[in-house]
Each structure stands twice: as C-alpha cells, then as structure tokens.
Ligand binder design. Structure first.
Ligand code: CUA
Length: 179
C-alpha cells in the first residue's frame, strides 16, 4: 500500500468511526427508555436543537473538507524536474511513442495526443495488469506521470472504441534498467 492510500484508509476509517459514534449518540438522544411517559412537546426547544444540529453538520463538513483537501490528486501530473518526457501520438489505429524506450525508476511524463478521434491510452505490464489509463482527446494534450519500477516489456492497448479496427490498436515498449 502506498503512503497516500494508507493515509486515505486511516482518514476514512476515522471518519466512519466518528460517524458511527455520532449516529449512536443521536439514536440515544431521540429514543425514550421510559415506559408510559406522557409527551409534552416543547417546539421551541426542538427548534433550538435543530439549529444546533444544523451548525454541527456544517462544521463537520467543513472539517472534513479541510482535512482531506490536501489528498486530492489533481496537479500530480504537472511538470517536474528530472522526469522523462514521452510524446504519445495516436491515430486510427496505431500508437507512436517518442522516445520508444524508457528508463526504470525515473518518473515518466506522458504527453498523449490524437490526430483524429478519441482513444484510450492504457498501459499494461507483461502479466496483463492494467497500470494506468488516460484519454487521448482531439485538440488537447493529456498528461499523466507514471514511474515504472520493473524493467521489461509493457503493452499499450486502446481502451476507447474508436472504429472498426479498434481491437487492433495495440503497441508495446521496453523499460530498461537504470544505468
Ligand atoms: Cu483507438 Cu480504440
């Protein structure tokens, strides 16, 4: 498990625990355990309580927002020092990758483009496990950063139906050991 996944797991577990305790407290506060009790409803007190719960909900959402904002992955694909830049050009029904070899252990920033329609740039390892996927969109360059840890052969598969020969839109590249 990577550090981000671990942080998210811990954060969400804590949230679920707090929510469970809150539900229990609310349930206890709204259930009467007395038998034969006579109800006299104090609507003013109920209205005040409702206001309190509303403020609590707003505060809880604000705390959740601020506590989890830093973990949003947007922006992780920005340019950074020391990355390998790889241009991926797609077209019915082929991929062209420049350069076509990659060094292991160094982050790769893929710039994915298409000359015609939408394609899905998906990279699989040699055991057919999907590593990542990004859309190739006309008139737009999509970026994704990925670090290949294991040298070897990797496959590119198109994951967006793009025409009659979509299923043949395959390619491969090699990740070399770092020197
Ligand atoms: Cu390109 Cu399917």
């Amino acid at each position: 498990m990577n550090p981000t996944a671990l942080t998210i797991t811990v954060a969400y577990s804590a949230v679920v625990l707090v929510a469970a305790v809150a539900i229990l407290i609310v349930w206890r506060s709204t259930h009467s355990f007395e038998r034969n009790r006579k109800d006299t409803t104090d609507t003013h007190r109920l209205a005040e309580g409702e206001k309190g719960w509303f403020m609590f909900a707003v505060a809880a959402l604000a705390v959740l927002l601020l506590a989890t904002l830093a973990f949003i992955p947007y922006g992780d694909n920005a340019k950074a020092e020391g990355q390998q830049e790889v241009l991926v050009e797609s077209q019915q029904f082929a991929w062209v990758m420049t350069p076509s070899t990659i060094t292991a252990g160094v982050p790769v920033r893929f710039a994915v483009t298409t000359l015609d329609v939408n394609h899905g740039f998906a990279v699989y390892n040699d055991d057919n496990v999907l590593l990542f996927q990004i859309q190739a969109v006309p008139e737009h360059t999509s970026h994704i950063v990925y670090t290949f840890k294991v040298p070897g052969r990797y496959q590119i598969v198109c994951l967006e139906f793009c025409g009659v020969n979509h299923h043949t839109m395959l390619s491969a590249f090699t990740v070399e050991e770092a020197r």
